[in-house]
Design a protein around this ligand. Structure first.
Ligand SMILES: O=C(O)CCC(=O)C(=O)O
Length: 319
C-alpha cells in the first residue's frame, strides 16, 4: 500500500489505509484523532506507582546537585536521566505506550531520549522536527507525562491543534542564504515560528493534565511551555522522544538544509534495548559521504563518492 513515504497516520491515503486495518473502536478513535489533530491525550493508562517512582528519582537524583550525572543538567531539565534511573527508563519504554506508538506509526519504535523537568520550561513555540527529523520524514513523536497535577500557574505545555500538517520548517524556509546553522541561530527560528502561529491564527491549547496523564504529539506539531505565573511552583514532568525503525535520523538545526548536508544522529541508543539504532532508508543502507565536521550527504548505493566527484569534474571539462 502506498503511504507517500509518510507514517500511515499522516499519509494523504490515511482513509484508504484505515479501511484495511482491523481496529477496535478505541484504537480507531486513537488513530483518527491523531490523524486529525496531530496529538492525543491519554489519561489513566500509566500506573500511579510508576509515576511516583519516577518523580521520587527525579527529586532525589536528577535535581540533586550531589548526585553525579554525566548528562546535561540545569535547574529546569535533565537530559537522558533514563541512563541512571530505572523508573525513568520504565516510563520511556512502557509496553502499552510503545504498542500505541507502533499502532500509530506502523513500525517498531525507537525510544531515544528522555528529558526530566522540575519546573515549567516556558519554551517558545517550536516543532520537534527542527531538532529531530527522519528520512523518510515524520517518523518521530514525543510523549509528555505529568508527574504532578498541572495548573494554569505552573507553566503547562501547550500545542496548536492541526499544525502538524504544516511544512517542516527549517532554515531553508527562513533564510535566503545557504549557511549551515547552529543553535546560536535558534532565536531566528523561534521568531519565524511565532509569525507562522499568527499567520495561521493557531490557538495555543494548554494541557491541564492530572498526574499520570500523557500527551502524545506528532513530530511536526507546534508546541511549547506556557509562562509560569506563580513564583517557586514546580512542574514535575517527563518527555520521551521516539523515532521509528528503518530511517536515517538527523538534526535540521545543525544541518545545511539547502544543500542537504545532514547532521546525522549517529550515536543514537534505543532506550528499550540498549543497542545502537541502525540507520537505513526503509531498510536500505545508503552511501554516507562526510562533507564537513559532523555533516553527511546521503547518496544511492549505485553512486560512490568517487564517481560523484568524477562526474562533477567531467561537467566542468565539457564547458
Ligand atoms: O515541557 C515543556 O514545557 C515543553 C517540552 C518541549 O517542548 C519538548 O520536549 O519539545
Amino acid at each position: 500500500m502506498i503511504t507517500a513515504n509518510l507514517p500511515w497516520v499522516e499519509s494523504p491515503f490515511f482513509e484508504e489505509i484505515l479501511k484495511t486495518k482491523k481496529l477496535t473502536d478505541e484504537q480507531a478513535k486513537l488513530v483518527n484523532d491523531y490523524h486529525e489533530n496531530g496529538y492525543v491525550v491519554v489519561p489513566g493508562l500509566l500506573p500511579q506507582s510508576l509515576i511516583d517512582r519516577v518523580r521520587d528519582d527525579a527529586e532525589k537524583k536528577a535535581f540533586n546537585p550531589d548526585f553525579p550525572l554525566k548528562t546535561q543538567r540545569d535547574a529546569t531539565r535533565v537530559q537522558d536521566f533514563w541512563l541512571v534511573s530505572e523508573a525513568t527508563k520504565e516510563l520511556a519504554a512502557y509496553p502499552q505506550v510503545l504498542d500505541m506508538l507502533e499502532l500509530l506509526y506502523g513500525r517498531p519504535v525507537v525510544p531515544f531520549q528522555t528529558l526530566s523537568f522540575k519546573v515549567g520550561t516556558q519554551q517558545r513555540t517550536h516543532s520537534d522536527t527542527i531538532h529531530f527529523s527522519s528520512l523518510p520524514a515524520r517518523y518521530m513523536c514525543g510523549v509528555w507525562v505529568a508527574l504532578e497535577d498541572i495548573t494554569e500557574e505552573n507553566g503547562p505545555v501547550f500545542y496548536c491543534s492541526g499544525s502538524h500538517r504544516l511544512p517542516e520548517y527549517d532554515f531553508s524556509y527562513i533564510r535566503k542564504t545557504a549557511e549551515t546553522t547552529t543553535y546560536e541561530n535558534y532565536k531566528e527560528y523561534e521568531d519565524f515560528i511565532e509569525k507562522i502561529v499568527a499567520a495561521n491564527n493557531f490557538e495555543k491549547k494548554k494541557f491541564l493534565a492530572k498526574k499520570g496523564d500523557m500527551l502524545i504529539w506528532s513530530s511536526n506539531i507546534l508546541h511549547g511551555g506556557s509562562p509560569v505565573t506563580k513564583e517557586g511552583v514546580t512542574r514535575w514532568s517527563q518527555v520521551t522522544h521516539y523515532f521509528f525503525k528503518d530511517c536515517y535520523y538527523y538534526t535540521p538545526m545543525l544541518s545545511n538544509m539547502v544543500t542537504k548536508e545532514l547532521y546525522l544522529r549517529n550515536g543514537l541508543v534505543n532506550i528499550k534495548t540498549g543497542e545502537k539504532a541502525e540507520q537505513t532508508y526503509n531498510g536500505e543502507k545508503l552511501n554516507v559521504i562526510k562533507t564537513a565536521k559532523n555533516l553527511y550527504k546521503l547518496t544511492a548505493k549505485d553512486i560512490t563518492g568517487r564517481l560523484l566527484v568524477g562526474s562533477i569534474k567531467g561537467i566542468f571539462k565539457k564547458k
